[in-house]
Design a binder for this molecule. Structure first.
Ligand code: SDX
Length: 434
């Protein structure tokens, strides 16, 4: 990646009478950055920023979020335009390459992804080691990490061709592995991918087809799921993407890095929120119990939070949540689900929360996870598969960000420092004298 930061003056810091100048850079959108690379050398001090609320970890040209305006761009294109007009394969190409593909580029890329969807026959043995009631995300952590044991010919991260093949294998095999995790937990036989289906149709068939009868993909549902995958593909330096970058900074192989991202995404504060949000709506159970749960969410002594609400960056409505809510109505209509009490609770909860001073003052809005659970359940997925679907889509962003980091000449192994407040240095005392 060639840097496109633009010099934007400097700022000075006065440390014990010594003035230290730091360069400031601007990007295409968003806040300027202060380059503090030399801070320790010049001042003998570190910065402290737990949670990285004011820290840019890298330069990136893939996604951009304007949290105040509620805008998300993938390579400059607004997420709602891509969700409405594009498809998974084309947006994956865009995130990886930086430009929308021509028809020829699209067809070639789609062919390459399609012909990498099968997994090694021995890979199936991994699943037999898991209990049938294992959480599918636990299976994904183990299975994706194991890919390194099968594809030695694409783990040399210094070889651009091996990076390309590993990228295609990762994107192509995630649906197959995710569907295998689902089938394994349901006790049904694995269904192999088919080359005559598009990416998302193939995934739906691998999940819901059974050998006992033919399976016809519902095009409306496939289109809605394709849109949902696009919404989840990338999101700047979120916790799981930062995990992938940090793992990759040690030159670990890409399969291991993606497995690290899956593990981080599983947390209920991150990708696990879609599963937690649906469970929360089910626990609330009826519209008249909403005030009780809103009060719990506001009670500092109560650890309960409204799952699917709030965001580190969005201090406005998550643009993905708007598209997700639309997709939710499309799926419910396509499935002829006229009465979905969880949706009624979600709509009323959103209305109450957005009028409540606590949520307004803290700028807490629904995020992508608020409506996704209802939609995915209507598509036929069990709750514990929701974060697996998030990981399937986010693999595109993770691998695009991983490649950008590997190809960034300024990248070094990530190694944060700390402020130490433990015991001051002291000498060992023999146990007989303690
Ligand atoms: C994702 O980073 C990404 O981009 C992530 C993601 C992606 O695409 O990769 O967008 C995907 O992870 C979406 C977020 C999913 N998580 C949830 O829905 C879980 C519920 N939300 C929260 O736990 C919380 O909002 C976070 C984790 C999302 C953000 O946490 P922050 O930025 O650290 O904010 P915070 O915890 O400091 O909260 C600020 C204040 C606090 O109150 P005060 O201490 O200032 O009094 O807002 C309160 C919090 O208590 N608050 C909530 C709340 N979220 C924040 N109060 C009630 N309910 C909530 N959901």
């Amino acid at each position: 990646m060639e840097s496109k930061m633009k010099a934007a003056g400097n700022v000075s810091l006065n440390v014990d009478g010594k003035e230290v100048l730091f360069d400031v850079y601007s990007g295409s959108h968003g806040p300027n950055v202060i380059d503090i690379t030399k801070l320790y050398k010049e001042t003998g001090m570190f910065t402290l920023d737990p949670g990285f609320t004011s820290t840019a970890s890298c330069e990136s040209q893939i996604a951009f979020i304007d949290g105040d305006e509620g805008v998300l761009l993938y390579r400059g294109y607004p997420i709602d335009q891509l969700a409405e007009n594009s498809d998974f394969v084309e947006v994956a190409y865009l995130l990886l390459d930086g430009q929308l593909p021509t028809e020829t580029q699209y067809r070639e890329f789609r062919h390459d992804i399609t012909y990498h969807t099968m997994v090694h026959e021995q890979f199936k043995n991994f699943f037999n080691g898991f209990r049938r009631d294992a959480h599918p995300m636990a299976i994904m952590c183990g299975a994706v990490g194991a890919l390194s044991a099968f594809y030695h010919d694409s783990t040399d991260i210094t070889d651009p061709e091996q990076r390309r093949i590993a990228t295609y294998r990762m994107i192509a095999k995630m649906p197959t592995i995710a569907a295998m995790a689902y089938k394994y937990s349901s006790g049904q036989p694995f269904v192999a991918p088919r080359n005559d289906l598009d990416y998302t149709e193939n995934f739906l068939r691998m999940c819901f087809a059974v050998p006992a009868e033919d399976y016809e993909v519902n095009k409306v549902l496939a289109s809605a799921l394709d849109k949902i995958f696009i919404l989840h593909m990338d999101h700047e330096q979120n916790a799981s993407t930062s995990t992938v970058r940090l793992a990759g900074s040690s030159n670990a192989n890409p399969f291991a890095c993606i497995a690290a991202g899956i593990a981080c995404l599983w947390g209920p504060s991150h990708g696990g929120a879609n599963e937690a949000a649906l469970n929360m709506l089910a626990e609330i159970g009826s519209v008249d119990r909403i005030p009780e749960y809103v009060a719990k969410a506001k009670d500092k002594s109560d650890p309960f939070r409204l799952m699917g609400f709030g965001h580190r960056v969005y201090k406005n409505y998550d643009p993905r949540a708007k598209v997700m809510q639309k997709a939710c109505h499309e799926v419910l209509e396509a499935m002829d689900i006229r009465d979905e009490p969880l949706l009624d609770i979600a709509l009323e909860l959103e209305k109450i929360a957005l009028e409540d001073e606590y949520f307004v003052s803290k700028k807490l809005y629904p995020n992508i996870d608020f409506y996704s659970g209802i939609t995915l359940r209507a598509l036929g997925f069990p709750t514990d598969m929701f974060t697996v679907l998030f990981a399937l889509a986010r693999t595109v962003g993770w691998i695009a960000q991983w490649r950008e980091m590997i190809e960034d000449p300024s990248q070094r192994i990530g190694r944060p420092r700390q402020i130490y407040t433990g015991a001051a240095q002291r000498d060992f005392i023999d146990r007989t004298k303690r």
